[in-house]
Design a protein around this ligand. Structure first.
Ligand code: GLU
Length: 423
């Protein structure tokens, strides 16, 4: 997916995987990565690209494309979500798989990185069609999955029900295997706390980054783009820790209230109409206006590449917390750096999701369950440690938190790859 297009005077628009490679190279240079490591760490280990035919309720047949990209497994089994979105293509999945490698390494989890996706708009499918699609996709890629090989999870437009179908389809072929997938329903091996973990982690990271500069979240004005799993839980958690949510948006539109939005009311409006725009106690925002609204902290929690050269100069926030994957293009990243806006990168900011997945997986393989409080305490500790490591490395190298986060992760993966004899 790309958005910096339609202007002959600017350089060619990089593809999603090229963007991640640009970020990778910037950090690799900072740590003086050996030349021999580049190719292994920049390219995927395996890219599976399959046909996913679905018999529709109307008797017709639709054929989708499904992908599972395993980027690097030096530090453990491949790990990463599966997204259902019409814009999914190999470039995007490749980029997101690579980001998972850096994310799991930064969070110091015993995993590699992978990502999957199907180029489908799930809102066009009935529940039965969605189940058929998930089962067919799982059957087709089943041979590259496994609890010690590759463990999927939810991502954009997939949820615990989709993970339940995936686990059932995998188990039907390979035997009962709850640890094959994370983000499962609680009644079938899901972990209390996992559903909230990405949003909670976003707030843990923000709070820690603020603490480091002597600030608290009290009264801080937060704008959140996206009110799905990540955005809605982040909103609840920010509000619970004293911040003021001044704007939220979803596919239906956005709302703004300088005095603060009542998150419970926004959730209720969303439950009734399918969108937050049903909320009356707020002003309506035009499309794109949320990103440039008046706030202290901007949290993109939806699609990739939404912060780009078209809007980077107009952003008013002092902090950008990347709850979405790959929301900032390199041109926008440079503009933010020049303008003194601190960007907390995706591999750190949204790492609570895969950290929660690690906790779920580890409970599954040990057949021992934790209390939610224990889950949240351990999550908070890991998120704070990764935040400290990132900002300490940024100070040490004199680079942005993104370059620092990549630098830490690349060093960890390169060390493992070398010890395993990949290079
Ligand atoms: N899809 C989430 C992410 O992008 C979670 C991945 C996982 O838990 O494996 O980080």
């Amino acid at each position: 997916m790309t958005s910096e297009s339609n202007d002959e005077n600017v350089e060619l628009v990089p593809r999603s995987d090229e963007i991640v490679t640009m970020y990778f190279r910037e950090a690799a240079e900072v740590i003086g990565l050996a030349d021999s490591m580049y190719e292994v760490l920049e390219t995927s280990y395996r890219e599976t690209d399959v046909q996913v035919p679905v018999h529709c309720d109307n008797g017709g047949l639709r054929v989708f494309r499904g992908y599972r990209v395993q980027h690097n497994g030096a530090r453990g089994p491949y790990k990463g979500g599966i997204r259902y979105h019409p814009a999914v293509d190999i470039s995007e999945v490749r980029a997101l798989a690579s980001l998972m490698t850096w994310k799991t390494a930064l969070l110091n989890l015993p995993f590699g990185g992978a990502k999957g996706g199907v180029n489908v708009d799930p809102s066009e499918l009935s529940l039965r069609e969605l189940e058929a699609l998930t089962r067919r996709f799982t059957q087709t890629i089943g041979h590259v999955l496994g609890p010690y090989r590759d463990i999927p999870a939810p991502d954009m437009n997939t949820n615990s029900q989709v993970m339940a179908w995936l686990m059932d389809a995998y188990s039907a072929r390979f035997g009962y295997t709850p640890s094959i997938v994370t983000g499962k329903p609680l009644s079938m091996g899901g972990a209390p706390g996992r559903e909230q973990a990405t949003g909670r982690g976003v707030v843990d990271v923000t709070q820690r980054a603020f603490e480091r500069v002597g600030r608290s979240l009290d009264g801080v004005r937060v704008a959140i783009q996206g009110f799905g799993n990540v955005g809605s839980w982040a909103a609840r958690e920010f509000a619970a820790r004293g911040a003021r949510i001044v704007a939220v948006s979803d596919v239906g539109g956005g709302i703004y209230n300088a005095d603060g939005i009542d998150i419970d009311a926004a959730l209720a409006a969303n439950a009734v109409t399918g969108s937050v725009v049903g909320l009356t106690e707020a002003d309506q925002l035009a499309p794109g206006a949320l990103l440039v609204c008046r706030c202290d902290v901007l949290v993109p929690a939806a699609l990739g590449e939404v912060l780009n050269r078209h809007n980077a100069e107009d952003i008013k926030a002092e902090w950008i917390i990347e709850a979405a994957n790959n929301p900032t293009t390199p041109i926008a990243d440079k503009i933010f750096n020049n303008r003194g806006i601190t960007v907390v990168p995706d591999v750190l900011a949204n790492g609570g999701g895969v950290t929660g997945s690690y906790f779920e997986w580890t409970q599954n393989i040990q057949q021992f369950t934790w209390e939610e409080e224990d889950f949240n305490t351990r999550l908070g500790k890991r998120m704070r440690t990764a935040t400290d490591e990132t900002f300490d490395a940024a100070a040490k190298y004199g680079v942005t938190p993104r370059v620092a986060a990549f630098a830490i992760a690349i060093e960890r993966v390169a060390t493992a790859a070398k010890l395993r004899g990949y290079v």
